[in-house]
Design a protein around this ligand. Sequence first.
Ligand code: NAD
Length: 246
Amino acid sequence: RLRLEGKTALATAAGQGIGRATALAMAEEGAKVFATDINEAALAELAGMNHPNIETFVLDARSDASVAEGVRRANPDVLFNCAGFVHHGTILDSTDEEWDFAFDLNVRSMYRTIRAALPAMLERGSGSIVNIASVASSVTAAPNRFIYGTSKAAVIGLTKSVAQDFVTRGVRCNAICPGTVESPSLHDRLRATGDYEAAMQAFIARQPMGRIGRPEEIAALAVYLASDESAFTTGQACVIDGGWSI
Ligand code: NAD
């Protein structure tokens, strides 16, 4: 029996990176996966793989209406909240606009999706919510990640609060805290520093394993947290960071 057989999953930001790898991994484990993103081209590429368990549609995690519609369509047992954006800089570099954007996309999006998906999970008496936080959060601080780290710490607080309130009702909620992981946006961030190679070496240097992570490695943890194998785990910030935060 496949590990997610009989389950339906809704994934945000599944067009690329960790979200895409997780949508594919969940589908391989037998889940019916609704893979969503705002990037239609990325979704079309994923849909083009013709995985029988994957259906794609546009879902903007910053829009109440889009989230409500997407949750209605998917009616998920597994909610995988992956949408997020990394702003660069210290508190002195940060703007109000960046702060508001990050808190809307990185945190409020999860408030939206969970509030929409939770009632049906409670009715069924089962559900698993998996939120992507980061090791740059309340776990540890990364340089020039003021807004990002603050928003991802909020994701951990949100995760624990939801887990606490529904722990007796069959719904679990956990967060994943990755270190630096290979993804299209990682390359954008490296390029934005002006010295791609030096920035890549600096990112690798803070991972004691001497390499950055692969999206499939994060996806494997997401599958575990989505599945009934993790039935005794809730409210946790699960770190997967190549030893960065040891
Ligand atoms: P990425 O940053 O390369 O891709 C992000 C995806 O989010 C894109 O496909 C984009 O279209 C989508 N997106 C943007 N705005 C959206 C919206 N409003 N609604 C829906 N989708 C939207 O992918 P990644 O680097 O794998 O990051 C995914 C998540 O993992 C993020 O929350 C990120 O903060 C977190 N994370 C990443 C790393 C890393 O090193 N890559 C480390 C820790 C945590």
